[in-house]
Design a protein around this ligand. Structure first.
Ligand code: HSE
Length: 408
């Protein structure tokens, strides 16, 4: 079997390393020799022992009938989408780690792969080295999935951990993440929640059977989280985590959201720290299943890519269980209707507590930093919560922070 790797960045070089280091075990599992025939990259790598494999023109790969598996690890939607579509149409299996591509084009590429009786596999697109795509469509296949809640972004989890344990401010923790190479120079996709959004969209599309596009999902990042929010969360009995969640509601609608959330210390998700990811999947037969591990990085991500290469080689034709239809969004609960309760932090004044109770009724009080009061609101809807917070502001109450509580 001959493969071509599109991209020789962190993940691409990791794929070469894993294929080389673990060659004999991989070939046993694949049932045949696995040879890298091409690596596509704009740059030259003259000092590498495999420098002769590099090509700059995708057409060389597209035109070579010997290439059975194309491994796309370039990132971004274009030109990845064009290269992946052309590979599938040419009857080649495709393995990718590209969450942006799968979240934007998954339904279309899965359908294209099925038409050509080849596989489009993307285990590495969510949770890096954590097996989650295959467990969700195979091992948990007997269940109706009722909820998924995940810490899906390692960079923001590292930043939040430093804010919680190291008492750092957001900017200081971000600078440290950049210094250690965890955060990109432009960290917006991570800290604004877009990366986590793409990943929960992929998981929800797979779990619920129709494509969920990122632009439909309300997404908030962690840039507004302050040390005072972190202190309140600790006083309440938990930690703030960036959570991507998808919940099946009673009326069969789906509530999907990415936002910082208060996670109780009783939840295993509260102990997922640093750059690790954790994903809780609730099935109606199995109950809660927790996935934990390295959600990013060269070798963990390459591990998932190479396992997909083995699967692609072993599968005879399309893996039919890994499919979802295109979606029109009709199954999504409108954001304003989604259920929520939240920690609300106010500047303390004679009026603040009274006005809060008039609007929200009974609410649990949480110890807040000096000069502040904080409450957990009763369960309401997102629309109502926003309206009541606006009403507080209009009544001269200073709202200092709002963090949703992750529902059990
Ligand atoms: N930037 C991503 C993260 C990389 O921090 O989780 C892995 O998808």
């Amino acid at each position: 079997m001959k493969i071509a790797i599109l991209g020789h960045g962190v993940v691409g070089s990791g794929v070469v390393e894993v294929l080389t280091t673990n060659r004999s075990g991989i070939e046993k599992k694949a049932g045949c020799p696995v040879e890298i025939k091409y690596i596509l990259d704009r740059k030259d790598f003259p000092d590498l022992p495999y420098s002769h494999l590099f090509v700059k023109d995708f057409e060389v790969i597209a035109a070579d009938p010997e290439v059975d598996v194309v491994v796309e690890v370039m990132g971004g939607v274009e030109p990845a989408f064009t290269f992946v579509s052309r590979s599938l149409s040419a009857g080649k299996n495709v393995v990718t780690s590209n969450k942006e591509l799968v979240a934007a084009k998954g339904a279309e590429l899965l359908a294209l792969a099925a038409r050509h009786n080849v596989n489009f596999l993307f285990e590495a697109s969510v949770g890096g080295g954590i097996p989650i795509i295959k467990p969700l469509h195979l091992c948990l296949g007997a269940n109706e999935i009722t909820a998924i809640a995940g810490i899906l972004n390692g960079t923001t989890n590292f930043i939040l951990t430093k804010m919680i344990r190291g008492k750092m401010a957001f900017e200081e923790a971000l600078a440290l993440a950049q210094q250690l190479g965890y955060a990109e120079r432009d960290p917006s996709a991570d800290v604004e929640g877009h990366d986590a959004c793409r990943k929960i969209c992929i998981l929800a599309s797979l779990a619920f059977g129709s494509h969920i596009y990122p632009q439909w999902v309300h997404t908030e990042g962690i840039t507004a989280i302050t040390p005072d929010d972190v202190a309140c969360a600790a006083a309440w009995g938990g930690a703030i985590k960036l959570i991507g969640q998808a919940r099946l509601l009673e009326d069969d609608k789906l509530a999907i959201l990415v936002s910082p959330a208060l996670v109780s210390r009783d939840s295993q998700l509260s102990t997922v720290d640093d750059v690790y990811n954790g994903i809780l999947v609730r099935g109606n037969a199995t109950g809660d299943v927790m996935f934990y591990g390295k959600g990013a990085g060269k070798l963990p991500t390459a591990s998932a890519v190479v396992s997909d290469i083995i699967d692609a080689i072993r599968a005879e034709g399309t893996i039919h269980t890994l499919q979802w239809k295109d979606g029109d969004g009709s199954r999504l609960e409108p954001f304003e209707e989604c259920p929520v309760s939240a920690l609300v932090r106010l500047e303390s004044s004679n009026q603040a507590t009274a006005k809060f109770h008039v609007l929200f009724g009974e609410a649990v009080s949480v110890t807040a930093p000096k000069g502040q009061v904080a409450f957990i609101t009763p369960r309401t809807t997102e629309g109502e919560l926003a309206r009541k917070l606006d009403a507080l502001r209009e009544n001269d109450v200073k709202v200092l922070g709002m963090v949703r509580v992750l529902e059990e």
